[in-house]
Design a protein around this ligand. Structure first.
Ligand code: C5P
Length: 230
């Protein structure tokens, strides 16, 4: 079987979380968020990682990379998340050990506690033939949409919250990112890139534990989740 490669994007500043260090290096239960991510991806079936970090921070990320349970290389990211994913895809294409891989996962380092079974579901959906597979969870809150005349309730039973890792046939993700770059489209995840190509996106069951650490409150939740695990 070909290696499953994950691009882990960690080049954001994390300004909504605050703190002195980039978000991916913020400590959760005594270890950086990114180390938790690498561990859970490995346990879920990922074989290799390309970690995308902010230019100039290689020394700061070196201990997390050295401690990764799977071979992990790094590359400098870009101004927007999609630039960082593109940098990861370019690094895969340039590495003879990775350039033959069929499947690529893209994971936000900030989703540090993604359960391995969610990663496995994404990989298995690709193995079963999906072009793109993404984990989702139902919406638990009631949602209102602001309209020109006021606001209106949205039928939440039709909505899903999108998580990572998102998995793709590599050539489709590459083509999608090329199209998005050429068209100037702004996207917040990679499933939207696939959608722009008109390709189908398969949904698999995610987990509330795969929360994206974005604000200080999320770190409190994440600490509680770590404590609750065996
Ligand atoms: O900003 P947001 O929370 O959507 O970022 C999601 C993920 O994308 C984070 O893990 C962040 O580090 C990464 N990112 C990146 N390069 C950027 C912006 C965000 O790798 N330029």
């Amino acid at each position: 079987m070909q290696p499953v490669v994950a691009i882990v994007v960690a080049a954001g500043s994390g300004s909504r979380l605050g703190g002195e260090v980039p978000k991916a290096l913020r400590e959760l239960a005594g270890r950086p968020l990114v180390s938790h991510s690498l561990e859970h991806l490995a346990a879920g079936g990922v074989d290799r990682v390309v970690l995308v970090i902010a230019a100039g921070l290689a020394a700061d990320f070196a201990p997390a990379i050295a401690g990764s349970p799977i071979p992990t290389s790094w590359v400098a990211g870009g101004a927007e998340r999609q630039d960082s994913v593109l940098a990861g895809l370019a690094a895969i294409a340039a590495d003879p050990e990775l350039s033959g891989c069929r499947f690529v996962l893209v994971h936000d380092a900030a989703r540090a506690l993604v359960p391995p079974e969610v990663v496995d579901r994404v990989v298995q959906a690709l193995v079963a033939g999906a072009v793109a597979a993404i984990p989702v969870v139902p919406v638990v809150d009631t949602i209102r949409e602001v309209t020109p005349s006021g606001s209106a309730t949205v039928d939440r039973s039709r909505l899903r919250v999108v998580q990572t890792p998102q998995g793709f046939r590599r050539e489709v993700l590459v083509n999608g990112h090329r199209l998005v770059r050429e068209s100037g489209l702004q996207v917040t995840d990679d499933a939207a890139v696939i959608e722009a190509l008109g390709e189908p996106v398969t949904l698999v069951e995610g987990s509330r534990e795969a929360l994206k650490v974005t604000e200080p409150l999320d770190l409190l939740f994440a600490e509680a989740i770590v404590r609750s695990r065996p």
